[in-house]
Design a protein around this ligand. Structure first.
Ligand code: CP
Length: 306
C-alpha cells in the first residue's frame, strides 16, 4: 500500500506501519546507506503554528536522506498569508517548488484541503484541534520499541483531551489493533470528543472515562500525558484544568516498573520529575519518543518520495 498524502492517522494500515517501523530501524542503524536516497528532492516545511520537534525532525530527516529543505517557520506572520493569500493558492505555488510539503496549520482540515490541490505529497504536521498523524506514527513506533508489542496493553490518556490532536490521532490508530484498553483521564471540561468514542465503539476497542489519575496509574502499561493547551481554550477552562493531573515523585511509585510514561512534548507542570529520575528511570520514555520521530519521519519521507 502506497500513500500519496498523509492527512489523518486512519490512513495507516497495520502492514504499512510495520514496514515503516522496519525501515526506520534500518535507517537508524545504517545512516550511510540512505545518505543520498532523496538526492535532488526538495522538502517544503510550511508552519503556521509554533513547533520544535516536528519541523526540525522533518528537516533533519530530509537532510539525512540527502535531500534539501525550504522553510517558513512562521508562515502565519512571514508568508503571503499576511497579505491575504488563501491556503489553496499557497499550496498551488509551493507544490511547484518542492517535491513534498509538510504543513502545520491552525485550521482543522487544512492539510486534507491542501492534499486536494497539491501536485506533490502533503504531510499533516498538525491541523488545529484535528490530527497530528506523524505524531501517532512515532508514538506507535515508540510503544512497539518500548514494550515489544502494539496489541494487548492498557493505555491511559491524561490531560486536555478536548483539544489534543495527538490523542485523537493515536486513538484512531489504536482502533486498528487487538486487545487494547483505553482509559481517558481528563477534567470534566476537557473530555475526549464524541467522534473518537463512536470510532472506538465501531472498532470494538474497550475504553472508559475516569477523573482519578492515581486510581488508574497502577493498571497502565502506557501513560500518555498531555499539556493543557492554554492557547486553544478559554481562560476559564484553563484555570479549571491546570495542575489537576501531574506525574511527580508522589505518585511515580504507583506506576508499574515495566510501564512507560510518554508525552508528545513540550511538557510543562503535568510532568514534574527531577532531572535524575528523567535521566535514569527507564519508565520515562518521552525523550526517546521524540528521538524516534526523526527515524520514523525519514522512513515516511522515503515512502512518499522514493
Ligand atoms: N510533539 C510536537 O508536535 O512537538 P512540536 O510542537 O514541538 O512540533
Amino acid at each position: 500500500m502506497k500513500l500519496n498524502h498523509l492527512y489523518e492517522s486512519q490512513q495507516f494500515s497495520p502492514e504499512l506501519l510495520f514496514s515503516l517501523f522496519q525501515n526506520a530501524e534500518h535507517m537508524k542503524q545504517n545512516p550511510k546507506f540512505y545518505s543520498s536516497a532523496l538526492n535532488e528532492k526538495v522538502l517544503a516545511t510550511l508552519f503556521y503554528e509554533p513547533s520544535t520537534r516536528t519541523r526540525l525532525s522533518f528537516e533533519s530527516a530530509m537532510l539525512k536522506l540527502g535531500g534539501s529543505v525550504i522553510s517558513t517557520e512562521n508562515a502565519k506572520e512571514f508568508s503571503s498569508a499576511v497579505k491575504g493569500e488563501s491556503i489553496q493558492d499557497t499550496i498551488r505555488i509551493v507544490s511547484s517548488y518542492a517535491d513534498a510539503i509538510v504543513i502545520r496549520h491552525y485550521e482543522q482540515g487544512a492539510a486534507e484541503l491542501a492534499s486536494q490541490i497539491s501536485k506533490v505529497p502533503i504531510i499533516n504536521a498538525g491541523d488545529g484541534k484535528g490530527q497530528h498523524p506523524t505524531q501517532a506514527l512515532l508514538d506507535m513506533f515508540t510503544i512497539y520499541k518500548e514494550i515489544n508489542r502494539i496489541k494487548d496493553f492498557t493505555i491511559i490518556f491524561v490531560g486536555d483531551l478536548a483539544s489534543g490532536r495527538t490523542v485523537r490521532s493515536l486513538s484512531y490508530l489504536l482502533g486498528k489493533f487487538e486487545n487494547i484498553k483505553i482509559i481517558f483521564v481528563s477534567p470534566e471540561n476537557l473530555k475526549i470528543g464524541e467522534d473518537i468514542k463512536a470510532y472506538l465503539i465501531r472498532h470494538n476497542i474497550e475504553f472508559k472515562e475516569e477523573t482519578d489519575l492515581n486510581k488508574v496509574l497502577p493498571i497502565a502499561d502506557i501513560i500518555y500525558m498531555t499539556r493543557i493547551q492554554k492557547e486553544r481554550i478559554s481562560k476559564e477552562d484553563y484555570e479549571e484544568a491546570k495542575g489537576k493531573y501531574i506525574i511527580n515523585e508522589n505518585n511515580l511509585h504507583l506506576i508499574k516498573q515495566d510501564a512507560r510514561i510518554m508525552h508528545p512534548l513540550p511538557h510543562v507542570e503535568e510532568i514534574s520529575l527531577p532531572l535524575h529520575i528523567e535521566q535514569e528511570d527507564k519508565r520515562v520514555a518521552y525523550f526517546r519518543q521524540a528521538e524516534n520521530g526523526l527515524y520514523i519521519r525519514m522512513a515516511l519521507l522515503h515512502h512518499l518520495l522514493k
